[in-house]
Design a binder for this molecule. Sequence first.
Ligand code: NAP
Length: 314
Amino acid sequence: MAEAKDVYTISDLQDWAAATKGLDHPAVLAVIGDPVEHSRSPQMHNPALRAAGIDAEYVRLHLAPDELAEGLSLMKSSGFTGTNVTIPHKGGVYDTVDSMTEVARRIGAVNTVAFDGDEMLGHNTDAPGLKRAIREEFSIDLSDLRIMILGAGGGAGRAAAVQCAMDHCDRLVLVNRTVEKAEALKEELRELFIDPDRLEGPSNRLVSIPREEKYLERELGQVDLIINATSVGMKRTDPEVVPQRLIEPHHLVYDMIYAPPRTRLINDAEAAGAKAANGLSMLLWQGVLAFEFWFNREAPVEAMRAGLKESLGQ
Ligand code: NAP
């Protein structure tokens, strides 16, 4: 029996039956991206498919931006069940799907597609994946927390902010180096903070600030959960995301970065006596929720976790 290739391309998709001939299971699930070879999704989803007894293989598919429309159309005609979507296609797929979930619409990005006959259904599992990750790591729901998001102007930060707002968290502080992006997001989310049953109006519960120490200092005393959604911390030489002296023992710190598994922020948080977790759980839960979107059944979470950890050498 043939092994799946590390990465397939648009020319493979043009004759998918020939390109995947001899595989043990039909290749009907994929992650599409450019680049895509770094994706660990096959190592998470294939153990899940085997554990669930589903006759399908999950593969990586490289699509350049100008190949996206043709690629999606070929996936549909080749009988794909679904696909995950990574950089740079989350916006392009958003513009292409026939319908989408509310969370995907609010975020403006699709990271999961289900092919249903002639229809393409879009979802975004990054945001609910974060919600499930916070519950798993800290045994508390977003709705019960005052939350600061660093990097609120980026894709992951925006997804996190939308989920926190949709869950009606107690307070949301949006932080971004380019503060205009955080301010624009605040205006977009404002309607979700209007609650006649609360004494405090939206302007007290939804705040945007630049990533400067004096503003961070003012806000961090009124925050329970700090989420790092910037890319700062991926390199050992990266600067602090939050000055260590501002981290307090009552803080919960969630760093979306999962490689390396221990960032400077995580070390600083633990040194300050705070609880901290890395982004592996978000990566896991976005995958779990994608599986459930495709198959409408519970995903084998532990098989996915084991596959993911093994792929990361953790
Ligand atoms: P992105 O769209 O490129 O956004 C990057 C964010 O980081 C922006 O807010 C940007 O601020 C900020 N930033 C970049 N360099 C900075 C610096 N030197 N100082 C201060 N802020 C800086 O990236 P993304 O896709 O949102 O990803 C962000 C991070 O989340 C990455 O580390 C990624 O690996 C992680 N992530 C994890 C998961 C998971 O499942 N665990 C999922 C998605 C993403 P400006 O707006 O000012 O440029």
